[in-house]
Design a protein around this ligand. Structure first.
Ligand code: ZN
Ligand code: ZN
Length: 383
């Protein structure tokens, strides 16, 4: 389609007159070409009904039953399309540009720059580059200038929190600059920037939202309680081995070795710190503990099968089994931690159900194993 390079803000009256004249000529020509009689009231009603579903589209079935529906707006001359476009705000103009190739090229970067002039930079940072929403500057992340086809070359632009998260632009443990030129942290719990529509920072830790820190605090308490239960089960299993199976080397020796390794795991938990990652070492220890509990379980089961179904044997088997289950969960959790699984994926909007379930499972494993990982610093140190 031929491009019109007339600047719409100059000679407006002339342009409108030209456009209307052009449109009249075109309409008259179509009528003559059809050779049809003047439309009856019924056919006019019929046409009106056909165009009811959209002000921009008409059903061209009058001319051909197989023709594609065409747009009234596209039928207008370029001058009139420009005249309509200049009444649009920045967001609507960009939306129109995204509807088809014609408007993409008609409302080209030169036109947008000429039309918005000095306020273009302000418009760019006030709208989300992706969804074109305008949630307010406090809820937009400022992006560096980039080359684009939207008339924004070399100018900073913005993205709303939701679009920035969906396109994985944000990293936990870093700060971002908002469109209001304030700097803010990316929440360590949910991955959304702090402030604006996402809520204020927690007074206890500026790198968390208020609600997110409350959740983290609750998870920490649950972790401490479960950790106490895990430790108690480990101690009980070792104590049962010591009391009832002191003479059975297949039970006693692995139980004492796993008890010693349990303390090593506790030491890693206590002295891990924020930067040094020791998940691989703890994972290996947990796996060794799981392996060490296999011979005692085997020996106790054999004893029960041989007729030693006393309460002590059943209790020992129960504690050994629970201990192995806990250690296995810890091993899998440490693998998830080792691969730096990003739990903030959990809070990405519009995730498919499968991904949401997977994220819940992974988050559950990590909360079980070491929820303090949300406070870890970057880049990681594995030495
Ligand atoms: Zn957006
Ligand atoms: Zn948060």
């Amino acid at each position: 389609m031929a491009m019109n390079t007339i600047t719409p803000t100059s000679g407006i009256d002339l342009l409108v007159r030209q456009g209307i004249e052009h449109f009249r000529e075109k309409t008259d020509h179509e009528k003559d070409g059809d050779g049809s009689t003047p439309a009856s009231p019924r056919s006019r009603r019929s046409r009106a009904r056909n165009t009811d579903y959209s002000c921009f589209q008409r059903n061209s079935g009058e001319h051909s039953s197989t023709a594609e529906p065409r747009s009234w707006l596209l039928e207008l001359p370029n001058e009139l399309q420009y005249m309509i476009a200049i009444y649009l705000n920045f967001g609507d103009m960009q939306r129109l540009r995204r509807t088809c190739h014609h408007f993409h090229y008609l409302l080209n970067p030169e036109f947008i720059r000429a039309h918005f002039g000095g306020v273009l930079a302000r418009q760019l940072v006030s709208h989300c580059r992706s969804c074109l929403e305008r949630p307010g500057r406090h809820s937009l992340v400022l992006l560096a200038p980039r080359t684009s086809t939207s008339g924004t070359d070399g100018q900073p632009s913005s993205k709303c929190f939701q679009c920035a998260i969906q396109s994985h632009d944000l990293r936990v443990g870093t700060t971002v600059t908002l469109a209001n030129m304030r700097s803010t942290w990316v929440c360590r719990w949910c991955g959304w920037p702090i402030g604006g529509i996402a809520g204020p920072p927690s007074w206890a830790n500026e790198q968390f939202h208020v609600a997110c820190y409350d959740r983290y605090y609750r998870v920490l308490w649950m972790f401490l309680c479960l950790g106490f239960v895990q430790f108690s089960v480990g101690v009980a299993a070792a104590a049962l081995s010591l009391i009832y199976y002191r003479r059975e080397l297949l039970v006693f020796a692995p139980a004492i070795a796993s008890f010693a390794l349990l303390w090593m795991c506790m030491a890693f938990l206590a002295f891990r710190g924020n930067r040094v990652r020791t998940y691989h070492w703890v994972g290996i220890l947990e796996l060794v503990i799981v392996g060490l509990w296999v011979p005692p379980i085997y020996a106790v089961v054999k004893g029960i099968e041989a007729g030693n179904a006393e309460r002590s044997a059943m209790a020992a088997l129960g504690f050994y089994g629970i201990n192995v289950l806990f250690r296995l969960l810890n091993f899998i959790g440490n693998i998830a931690l080792m691969y730096e699984y990003d739990m903030t994926k959990h809070y990405v909007p519009q995730l498919p159900l499968k991904r949401r379930l997977l994220n819940m499972l992974m988050a559950g494993l990590i909360y079980w194993t070491y929820p303090q990982c949300v406070e870890q610093r970057y880049p990681p140190d594995y030495n």
